[in-house]
Design a protein around this ligand. Sequence first.
Ligand code: 5AD
Ligand code: SF4
Length: 445
Amino acid sequence: MSGMSRFFIQTYGCQMNEADSEIMARILQRAGYEPTDAPEEASIILLNTCCVRAKPEQKVYSRLGELRPIKERRPEVIIALAGCMAQKEGQALLKRVPYLDLVIGTHQFHRIEEFIHSCQQGGRRICVLGSEDDPSIARHELAAQTKTGANLKAFVPIIRGCDNNCTYCVVPSVRGRQKSRPLHEIKAETEALTARGCKEVTLLGQNVLAYGRDLPVNADFVSLLESLQDVEGLERIRFTTAHPRDVDDRLIEAVAGLPKVCEHLHLPIQAGHDRLLKAMGRGHTTDYYLEMVEKIRAKIPGVSITTDIMVGFPGETEEEFEASLKLYEKIGFDQAFTFVYSPRPGTPATKLPDQVPQKAKVTRLNRLIELINASALQANASQVGRQGEVLVDGVSEKDPGRLAGRLRNNKLVVFPGKEDLIGGLISVTTTAAHMWGFTGEVSQQ
Ligand code: 5AD
Ligand code: SF4
């Protein structure tokens, strides 16, 4: 292959996008292209995009601006845009960005090879959005995984799209109605991954707890977790994201009882006041969330609970924000992703009165981050001196003299150790707590 047959992929947004990028990378590799992390030497430049807030969109537009000189120097380069922004903007992107060659929606990314060839051969500019009912996506997905070589950890999409109607969220309109993958395909993919050395899978979906509701056969998320227990070589199962409304006793018992399922739940709360939760269309109350957390902690020793929180939803008053902070403090989250509400065109919340001024949003965000940092540190401090199982990921990024890995509850531990421990499961004792996790040492049994 000449030096020009390389592809560059940059991914924005959530883990589902990372998983989709991985599939596209595998498809391009099978077609004979080599990956590169330098767009200057690529013949295919692909941005896999996100539109959940205005910020990731702005990042993509400025990235496209940076790529323009490359296209001017080498007009044969294909610049492609996939993912949620592609689905949302469609043809308008080709108009707005005259040097963009290809726009691929969220239901068509598995056909990337074919579209790139059309661009290359026909010299045409293409926009394909397709339909969420295209069944070919699943076949390609599974096929993409049969390449040799796997990582220690892998994402496995189990359900795409979303049937919820959160009033702030653009995702259902760009990813379509929920579509669960058949259970046997998920299992086959997990087996193919573990046969090649993968030890941990993260099951992905906009709401994994809705898994199976759209399938003709009787399958639900807990039955999927149960069925993955006997996958040989699989040590750990994680999953994200879970809608709090769909948490029930059966799920809690499964996380508590199934040996391979890790003790971590990511349960986006979004707001901590009943009026806000109602206006967001979340389908539960603050009392419900509190009771759920108590039940989870009582039944699953060592569990960590993380969340997503938004500030500045339309109409959010100072009092409602204060009440929310109080609730978050009471819950004591192990960690949280925090966001400023960003009005998304076409969603119901953009039409609500009393949009919160930007200045107040930023002040609230900073107060929230402060609280979450304190809460993470406090949660970690209460766990110093404990032994726990760590899957060793590799050399620590921040401290190359040490190793890094994650406890079952997903917390990061950095500790001294020989590189031959990488890829294995070992017992580590935590010695000091930080906001980001722990320092520790290999346990002396
Ligand atoms: N503005 C800000 N944050 C949002 N999220 C989703 N939509 C918006 C929006 N319009 C956040 C939610 C969600 C996470 C993935 O992104 O917290 O859980
Ligand atoms: Fe972004 Fe949502 Fe699309 Fe993920 S599903 S890439 S978070 S818009």
